[in-house]
Design a protein around this ligand. Sequence first.
Ligand code: PSU
Ligand code: MN
Length: 329
Amino acid sequence: MSCLLRVTSRVQLARSLSITRRYSVQPFVYSDEVRDAKADGKPIVALESTIITHGMPYPRNLETALEVEDIIRRQGATPATIAILKGQLTIGLTQEKIQYLAKARGVIKTSRRDIAAVVAAKRDGATTVAGTIIASELADIPVFVTGGIGGVHREGEDTLDVSADLTELGRSKTLVVCSGVKSILDIGRTLEYLETQGVTVCSFGESEEFPAFYTTRSGYKAPFCVQNSSQAAQILMAAHRLQLSSGILVAVPIPDEHAMDGNLIETVIKNALVEANNQGIRGKEVTPFLLAAVSAATGGASLAANIALIKNNAKVGADIAVQFQKLRN
Ligand code: PSU
Ligand code: MN
């Protein structure tokens, strides 16, 4: 009896060891560039891919993605654009892979709820801010740059359309650099929700106001203001030391010369919202629909603003990553 038990437990032990081994293989792959940066302890900046597949049209999406990566390199950091390719979570994309994504059709916009399904089906997935935060955490990349994050949609108190970006920020150790949230969203409620989630929201630079993506002003004050990259890196360091595991959002206003007229953008957004409603656009389609409608209605001016701000954010984010790496070493 005791022998049988021992045999059984040995079999069980062997089984559980092989399961552990199977699961302990890294669930993602690095590009050579990112793997080398990791090995050398160099600063790395994560980048999302939904902006490439669903946020901008071809070929501006491709040009922008490559330029943003180069800006990060010039600041002394390594870019890691993140996506799921044929089911493989990939951290750092070669130029060829970015090119493929920029042109590909049928890529799935991948937020937290979509990741496991996309991986299991071996599909292509472009990670949203939420999806990219998850990957950054797995790979221990603490700084992530984007243009705008998702938020609480207008009338979100009825529809419950609240982006998973906000809950993900609430449970991550990542610092996300963005230009605030677009006024296609309810900015006030988005800030309330970020507070509930415990996210440290900071405006970047002179202004204490939370920026509204296309414009530098939203009418809402950010709870904190950081003057420069070094201050942002210090907040990230404090959050890590305290093991807070709730994220930091650094909101960099669009450079003045690229900012749009607030009244114009408000009118365009109101029309786009009516159109989305008329066409019955729902769920994850809402954000890409509104982005495309706003771009069409402004004759591409909003796209130009979007490109300008993300390049500026890349510079700031890379600098924060460089400063943070110094504090870490
Ligand atoms: N806002 C933008 N550009 C974008 C997005 C938002 O100005 O490309 C994308 C980001 O990937 C963001 C996602 O994470 O949309 C949010 O989508 P949703 O609202 O469905 O959560
Ligand atoms: Mn939504």
